[in-house]
Design a protein around this ligand. Structure first.
Ligand SMILES: *Cc1c(COP(=O)(O)O)cnc(C)c1O
Ligand SMILES: [Zn+2]
Length: 402
C-alpha cells in the first residue's frame, strides 16, 4: 500500500520504477506511502509470519511472490549482565546475528530482490563491504537470479567464502568500498541489472525499517528511550527513525521520543566527525579500520543520518579498533553473543555514551548488533586466549590446568 517514490529534497513525485535520483535536483529518491490508506492492526501483525514479511503493508512490495529466506524477527535479548557492568537499569540487544546469512543485510536484500523480480529483472548486482555480498549471493541463488557481486579485494576471508559458496560472479576490486561503489555506478549505467544499492536502493533501504518495527513490537508496542545504531552509509539509522515515526502514523504506537545515537569506528568516522563539529557537511575519508562492514568513507545517507540524530536528541561517537575488540569480548562474556567488528563498534559506543552520561542510567536502551563474529575472526585471533594443551591424561590435566 504505497504510491511510488518521492524526492527527499524537492518532494517531486515519481512512479514506482527502478530509479534512485531525482531528475530535477539530483536529490535521493525515497519510497512514499499513503499512510491514511494503510489499515493495519497489532493483532494482524502478531499473527503474521515470523520474518520481516509480517510488516508487508509497510514495505514497498505489491506482489505475493516473495524472495524470502526468512530474514528478520530476530531476538530482542534483555541484557541484564551487560547492563549491570555498564551501569544501566534496562538494556536490550537486538541480536541480528541470527539471520539467513548472519547479518541484518538479509532484511534489505529480501525486499530488494522481491522488488527486482516484480520489475522483471533476471540479473542482480551489488557493491558491498561484505555482508551485503553474502546476502545477495544467497538470496539470488535461492530465487534463480544471475548475480554480479563487487567487493573490495581485501575483505575478511569469512565474508569472501560466505559469498563465493553460493556461486555468484564475485569480483574483487583493487580499491576501497568507495572505489567499488563508483565503479558500480558506471557499470550500472551500461547494463540493465537490478543493482540493489544503486537503482533499487530506495526499495532496498526500506527493508531496514523492520529492525525498528520489531523493536517496538517486541517491547510491547512502544519505543525505548535510547537506541544505538551502527553507521556505514547511514541508511539503517535513518530507517530506524522512519520506522518509529511510521508506526505512530498508522496508529500502532504513541508518539516516539526515542533518542537515536550513531556508532562509527574511528578509522572511518566521517559522520561522527561532522556531528562533533556541529556541521551537516560530511567530508569523505579514506577508511582504515577493522570494522570493514562499516568502512564507507563517503556515506550516501550521512547527511540524513545527522539530521535524524539531531532531531531525536541523540549523539554520534567513534571508537578505536582496540575498543572494538574489547567490546566484542565484553558482549560475548556477558551475554553469550559473538558479534562481528561492527557489533563491537555499537557496544563500545554504547559504553562510551554511558560513561559520558549521554545515556543516563535509567534510560531504557536498545543496542543493534548487526552481524556475526565468525565472519571477522582475523580481527580477534591475536587477542583471545588460545587453549592450553595437555597430554590425554588426568595427571596432565591436573598439572597443567588446575
Ligand atoms: C551494512 C551494515 C551496517 C550499516 O549499514 P548502513 O549502510 O549504515 O545502512 C551495519 N552493520 C553491519 C554489520 C553491516 O553490514
Ligand atoms: Zn528533487
Amino acid at each position: 500500500m504505497y504510491k511510488g517514490l518521492v524526492c527527499r529534497e524537492c518532494k517531486r513525485q515519481y512512479p514506482a520504477k527502478a530509479l534512485h535520483v531525482c531528475e530535477f535536483c539530483f536529490g535521493p529518491l525515497e519510497v512514499a506511502y499513503q499512510y491514511d490508506k494503510i489499515k493495519i492492526s497489532r493483532q494482524e501483525i502478531e499473527q503474521g509470519p515470523k520474518s520481516i514479511w509480517r510488516y508487508k503493508k509497510l514495505l514497498p512490495v505489491t506482489t505475493d511472490d516473495l524472495v524470502d529466506l526468512s530474514a528478520g524477527f530476530s531476538p530482542l535479548q534483555k541484557a541484564n549482565n551487560l547492563a549491570k557492568e555498564l551501569g544501566l537499569k534496562s538494556l536490550y540487544i537486538k541480536n541480528d546475528t541470527i539471520n539467513p546469512t548472519y547479518s541484518f543485510k538479509d532484511r534489505v536484500v529480501s525486499v530488494a530482490l522481491t522488488k527486482a523480480r516484480e520489475f522483471g529483472y533476471k540479473t542482480v548486482a551489488c557493491a558491498s563491504t561484505g555482508n551485503l555480498a553474502n546476502s545477495v549471493a544467497a538470496h539470488a541463488a535461492f530465487a534463480g537470479f544471475k548475480a554480479f557481486i563487487f567487493i573490495p579485494q581485501d575483505l575478511e576471508e569469512g565474508k569472501v567464502i560466505n559469498s563465493a559458496v553460493y556461486s555468484p560472479t564475485l569480483v574483487g576490486v583493487e580499491g576501497s568500498y568507495d572505489d567499488v561503489n563508483r565503479l558500480c555506478s558506471e557499470i550500472g549505467s551500461e547494463f540493465d541489472w537490478a543493482f540493489v544499492n544503486i537503482n533499487i536502493r530506495p526499495y532496498y533501504a526500506e527493508g531496514s525499517k523492520t529492525l525498528g518495527f520489531e523493536t517496538a513490537e517486541q517491547l510491547g508496542w512502544r519505543t525505548p528511550d535510547h537506541v544505538v545504531v551502527p553507521v556505514a552509509s547511514g541508511s539503517l539509522l535513518t530507517k530506524i527513525h522512519k520506522a518509529f515515526d511510521e508506526l505512530c502514523k498508522v496508529g500502532l504506537i504513541s508518539k516516539p521520543t526515542t533518542k537515536i545515537s550513531g556508532a562509527q569506528a574511528e578509522g572511518c568516522s566521517p559522520v561522527a566527525t561532522a556531528f562533533k563539529a556541529r556541521s551537516l557537511n560530511i567530508k569523505p575519508v579514506k577508511p582504515n579500520t577493522i570494522a570493514k562492514s562499516l568502512a564507507i568513507g563517503n556515506p550516501a545517507d550521512g547527511y540524513y543520518a545527522l539530521k535524524a540524530v539531531e532531531k531525536s536528541g541523540g549523539y554520534i561517537e567513534s571508537v578505536t579498533d582496540d575498543e572494538i575488540v574489547d567490546a566484542v569480548k565484553l558482549l560475548a562474556r556477558t551475554e553469550g553473543i559473538f558479534a562481528e567488528t561492527a557489533g563491537g563498534v555499537t557496544i563500545a559506543t554504547l559504553k562510551k555514551l554511558v560513561e559520558a552520561k549521554k545515556i543516563k542510567p535509567d534510560e531504557e536502551t536498545v543496542a543493534y548488533v548487526t552481524g556475526v563474529g565468525l565472519k571477522t575472526i582475523e580481527a580477534f585471533s591475536h587477542k583471545i586466549d588460545y587453549p592450553k594443551t595437555i597430554k590425554p591424561s588426568v595427571q596432565s590435566f591436573k598439572e597443567t590446568i588446575l
